[in-house]
Design a protein around this ligand. Structure first.
Ligand code: PRX
Length: 651
């Protein structure tokens, strides 16, 4: 099979069964849900949809599956914001805290379900006033402030689809996404706090709108940091001014179960990001189900914290939709984990008595580097379940999380899933599964996965490509505006199977070990970045003639972006030019896509058919100490590339 990004952990045989105490109180304490779902997975999901959600029109059909198109609960109707808010308030839980929000400078807001509902209703009316209708798309480019979930929920209330754009993305990225989605409106903020100072957002939106996105008629701006942005007359409006005049009456409109809930753009193997489509009923069912059982959520007593950014799917499903559907109290934090000190997370956990923490391996590795003294300064005994997501977790990081954050007693749930899958797919259930450090263990009840080899034969033990064999409720419904690409990307590689793009290994005990992407997608700090996208941004620089990008192994970020570039004739290599090229990618795509190292080379190794030999470039990068800088191709690299290119062909 194609080479996966990380090594296989052949010798990991430590096991961690759930404690008897945990099992006794667990939402799922035995295997009965697996048995139920194995017997009839459609009936299983129908039961979850009925039990976890409130339907305006109950569904009678569970699944219509015409590969690659799934329709779940199709004749049912429901409203997402009503499931997240109204029903909890109507049941007398309006005073329950929805979010303990904490800004980076230390400002705090406590928002109850009733208060959140009022804000959502008001903003839904603002959307209507401004001309947003059911079926329209609304782009949201915001920091981690409460107005972000409010804007999302307001969209769901009136049936507009949101398209959240991560706050670190560039003007070009905003313009591309707004053009593709034909967004009518952008909701943004002047800025958000990052590492002690405002990181500006509104000027980036202005630049995006200068270059394109003619569909955008209005921009609503939250005043978070008082940075006094320029406001374009007639186009730009202050959030607080619009909200001041908004009515608090806004009934939730029942939506068809298959109504488009949101688009979320993610990188694929080409330069153009894909607008992943998620719909209403199936998505909400699986996020609510997984949030309840994977995190063993007890809504009456838990204080849950997903420390991701809402700009990614993790934040959509596990900061906004899962937790609110289940009526739980969450912590939401605006800033970075090292501001004002490297104990910020642990301090928040101690103060709010957080019971579940959901974070990423890259963050855990960073905490390891910062040292155990930071968490040891704090009482973390409130924690009950620890989650991880976004990339393979190495056993060392798993063990550190287990010992130093979990006091060697809390279950860890390593959750494998994707923007496309909408919700957790492969993960332990904390009251059921015996875990192994570094393994995401097994698919959840109602999800079915198999590994296949290059020819599509099922692999019972050993390495293979991860495929999903049956439709699941929160699966993507397509790629916005590109049906052909939807089929081709996910359903054409292996007949009848969803191809995830990941390599994995099944061990002798039937445990799954995810090994990373097998396509031209990199995973940097849990963020998906396409090699092709970065290559396009590199060659967009006037000095660059040709570029090849690879993800090299990186101790902290999992993979690091390494760009090999050939300069155009008139340019000569220098550190300054290399830095300028790196920065250019940052401006084109956003800082997260900026290569760690740009290596200026006289030539790129190619196969006889002209394909760049990326594996060779990755090997070269893996074998070197790479700094956060430009590396001029020293004769050693060039010789190595040349020598290795001569040694074998790769097609
Ligand atoms: O390679 C897998 C990796 O992240 C990819 C999905 O990225 P994205 O759509 O951005 O969603 C990330 C958050 C759900 C997958 O194809 N990945 C995600 N979770 C894990 C993982 N790899 C290994 N173990 C995980 N737990």
């Amino acid at each position: 099979m194609a080479e996966a990004a990380i090594d296989v952990y052949e010798n990991e045989d430590r096991t961690f069964p759930p404690s008897a105490e945990f099992v006794a109180a667990a939402n799922a304490g035995d295997r009965s849900m697996y048995d139920e779902a194995d017997a009839d997975y459609e009936a299983f999901w129908a039961r979850q949809a009925r039990e976890l959600l409130t339907w305006d029109t109950p569904f009678t059909q569970t699944l219509d599956w015409q590969l690659p198109y799934a329709k779940w609960f199709e004749d049912g109707k429901l409203n997402v914001s009503a499931n997240c808010l109204d029903r909890h308030v109507e049941a007398g839980r309006g005073d329950k805290v929805a979010f303990y929000w904490e800004g980076e400078p230390g400002d705090k807001v406590v928002l109850t379900y009733s208060q959140l509902l009022t804000e959502v209703k008001k903003f839904a009316n603002v959307l209507k006033e401004i001309g947003v209708k059911k079926g329209d798309r609304v782009a949201i480019y915001m920091p981690m402030i409460l107005e972000l979930p409010i804007a999302m929920l307001a969209c769901t209330r009136i049936g507009a689809a949101h398209s959240v754009i991560f706050g670190g993305f560039s003007a070009d990225a905003i313009a591309d996404r707004c053009i593709d989605a034909e967004a009518k409106l952008i909701v943004t903020a002047d800025a958000g706090y990052r590492r002690g100072s405002p990181a500006l957002l509104k000027p980036t939106v202005d630049t995006a709108l200068e270059t394109g996105a003619p569909s955008v008629e209005n921009v609503v701006v939250v005043n978070r940091c008082n940075t006094e942005p320029e406001m374009v007359e007639g186009r730009d409006h202050w959030w607080h001014e619009l909200m001041a005049g908004a009515s608090v009456e806004c009934p939730a409109e029942p939506m068809e179960a298959e109504h488009l809930l949101y688009l979320l753009y993610t990188s694929g193997t080409t330069a153009k990001p894909k607008g992943i489509m998620h719909t209403t009923g199936g998505y909400l069912t699986q996020v609510a189900f997984t949030h309840k059982y994977v995190f063993d959520l007890k809504p009456d007593t838990d204080i849950y914290w997903c420390a991701a950014d809402i700009g990614w799917v993790t934040g959509h499903s596990y900061i906004v939709y899962g937790p609110l559907t289940n009526g739980c109290t969450s912590v939401m934090y605006e800033g970075t984990p090292d501001t004002p000190g490297k104990n910020r997370l642990w301090d928040i956990i101690e103060r709010y008595k957080v019971t579940q923490l959901y974070t990423a391996p890259t963050a855990i590795r960073m905490f390891m580097k910062w040292g155990v003294e930071e968490p040891q300064k704090h009482d973390l005994s409130s924690l009950r379940v620890l989650g991880t997501v976004g990339e393979p977790i190495n056993p060392e990081a798993w063990m550190w999380y287990h010992e130093h954050i979990g006091g060697s007693a809390r279950p860890i749930v390593d959750t494998w899933w994707q923007t496309e899958t909408g919700a957790n797919m492969i993960t332990p259930l904390p009251g059921v599964t015996t875990t192994k450090p570094g393994s995401a263990t097994h698919p959840i009840p109602g999800v079915f996965a198999e590994l296949v080899d290059d020819d599509g034969n099922v692999v019972e033990e050993g390495g293979g490509y991860l495929t999903i064999t049956k439709p699941w409720p929160s699966m993507l419904r397509g790629i916005w505006g590109d049906e052909a690409r939807y089929f081709e990307t996910y359903w054409s590689t292996y007949e009848g199977r969803y191809f995830a793009g990941d390599g994995a290994k099944l061990d002798k005990d039937g445990y799954l070990w995810l090994l990373g992407r097998v396509d031209d997608v990199m995973n940097v700090s849990g963020h998906r970045i396409s090699t092709t996208e970065v290559e396009s941004a590199l060659v967009d620089h006037e000095a660059v003639a040709e570029a090849a990008v690879v993800g090299a192994k990186d101790e902290l970020t999992g993979q690091a972006i390494i760009g090999y570039v050939i300069l155009r004739g008139t340019h000569s290599a220098s550190d300054e030019l290399g830095s300028e090229i790196r920065e250019h990618v940052g401006v084109k795509l956003g800082k997260i896509a900026r290569p760690k190292t740009v290596i200026i080379v006289p030539d790129l190794p190619k196969t006889r058919s002209g394909k760049i030999m990326r594996r060779l470039l990755r090997d070269v990068a893996d074998g070197r100490q790479l700094g956060d800088t430009t590396t001029l191709a020293d004769p050693g690299v060039v010789a190595e590339i040349a020598e290795r290119a001569g040694a074998g062909d790769e097609d």
